[in-house]
Write a protein that binds this ligand. Structure first.
Ligand SMILES: Cc1cc2nc3c(=O)[nH]c(=O)nc-3n(C[C@H](O)[C@H](O)[C@H](O)COP(=O)(O)OP(=O)(O)OC[C@H]3O[C@@H](n4cnc5c(N)ncnc54)[C@H](O)[C@@H]3O)c2cc1C
Length: 332
């Protein structure tokens, strides 16, 4: 049964007008790559599920000329920028990908299939939070992880740091830049060293031992942290270090290599974004968990340039081979 394509062509017809680059994920990284590739006169297909990582937040901060823009407004603007170019966007979710003798075949949840000789993966990551009742609801609101993104919005408030591993001390010391009222809840997840206790005390950061049992909210705002012993501590905002896991499990068919650290999982790629699989690049949070929106956009742009260079090299090799076999007359 032929799969559905953009203009109603069968897959066979679609393969005949094969897209040169298929981008999985249309957030900052994917749309930025699509823009550069489109401007390089490449045909591009972006498949996007429409849920950027920062979607729960009211605004994306620190993006030059767009400070505080709503995350979905930013992707709407990014899509609009692509209109003049040979870039098509399909709203959908990729569920699998495999290598073929012509490149790669990608399957979507609705049964569609697309093929391309080169793929860029820009699917971002999933933030895994500690399993504490009441915590997840605050994500992107008054529960933040990145002070550069949301520290300004919660400055001078009573900020609780929910311990989720050894990074918590650094997080508490970092958020101290934005408020003098910081409490570190160890949450039985780590034990500061003597030096760290000294540092925390020197910066006036309170340390609370014991497991966190629940996060309380009042009138739509976080209001308290309840410990397992029943005691409750008032807060106005929270921060926690999530485990950050690349959205790439559905791509196991490609044989991508991933790295696992204490912070999460990412797809391995070199500085150009090229993964272990020739023809497959990765950019943005899926390969760089610390990338902000601006850095993800830069990663996408960087990968796009390298993909274009790779295509140019292949086309040049073909041209030289053809020229050697059948020398052309040069008139110019
Ligand atoms: C709560 C929160 C607030 C944040 N605030 C800021 C901020 O203020 N400023 C800032 O610079 N950074 C902020 N960040 C970080 C920011 O979200 C990332 O830097 C940015 O989203 C990375 O862009 P990306 O393109 O790599 O991934 P994403 O933006 O996550 O985009 C990935 C895209 O791929 C799509 N996708 C995923 N899987 C599939 C699939 N299988 N098939 C098709 N499409 C798929 C998704 O739907 C999404 O549209 C915040 C993060 C969080 C969690």
């Amino acid at each position: 049964m032929p799969g559905r394509t953009l203009e109603g062509h069968s897959i066979r017809q679609k393969a005949d007008i094969m897209t040169e680059v298929l981008i999985i994920g249309g957030g900052a990284a994917g749309l930025s790559a699509a823009l550069l590739l489109g401007r390089s006169r490449r045909s591009v297909l972006v498949i996007d599920a429409g849920a950027p990582r920062n979607a729960p937040a009211a605004g994306a901060h620190g993006f030059l000329t767009r400070d505080g823009v709503a995350p979905l407004e930013l992707t709407r603007l990014g899509r609009a920028d692509l209109a003049p170019y040979d870039v098509r966007i399909v709203d959908g979710t990729v569920t699998g990908a495999e290598r073929t003798d012509r490149g790669f075949r990608v399957s979507l949840a609705d049964g569609s299939v697309f093929e391309a000789p080169r793929i860029l993966v820009t699917t971002g990551l999933v933030d895994e939070l500690p399993d504490i009742p009441g915590l997840g609801e605050r994500w992107g609101k008054d529960l933040a992880h990145c002070p550069y993104c949301h520290g300004w919005e919660i400055q001078d408030q009573a900020i609780g740091v929910i311990g989720n591993g050894s990074f918590a001390v650094h997080q508490a010391l970092l958020f101290r830049q934005w408020s003098a009222n910081i409490t570190l809840f160890l949450n039985d997840s780590m034990q500061p060293t003597r030096d760290e206790h000294l540092q925390l005390a020197a910066r006036g950061i309170g340390v609370v031992t014991g497991a966190v049992a629940r996060v309380h909210s009042t009138d739509g705002s976080v209001s308290g942290v309840e410990l397992a012993d029943g005691s409750e501590h008032g807060v106005q905002a929270l921060t926690v270090q999530p485990r950050m896991v690349a959205r790439s499990r559905f791509l196991t068919g490609l044989g991508l290599v991933t790295s696992v650290t204490a912070f999460g999982e990412t797809i391995d790629s070199d500085e150009t974004g090229l993964t272990a699989i020739p023809g497959v690049w990765a950019a943005g949070n899926v390969t760089d968990m610390k990338a902000t929106v601006l850095a993800a956009a830069q990663g996408g742009a960087n990968a796009a340039v390298m993909i274009n260079m790779d295509m140019m090299a292949a086309e040049l090799a073909d041209a030289v081979a053809a020229h050697t076999a059948y020398p052309r007359h040069h008139t110019a």
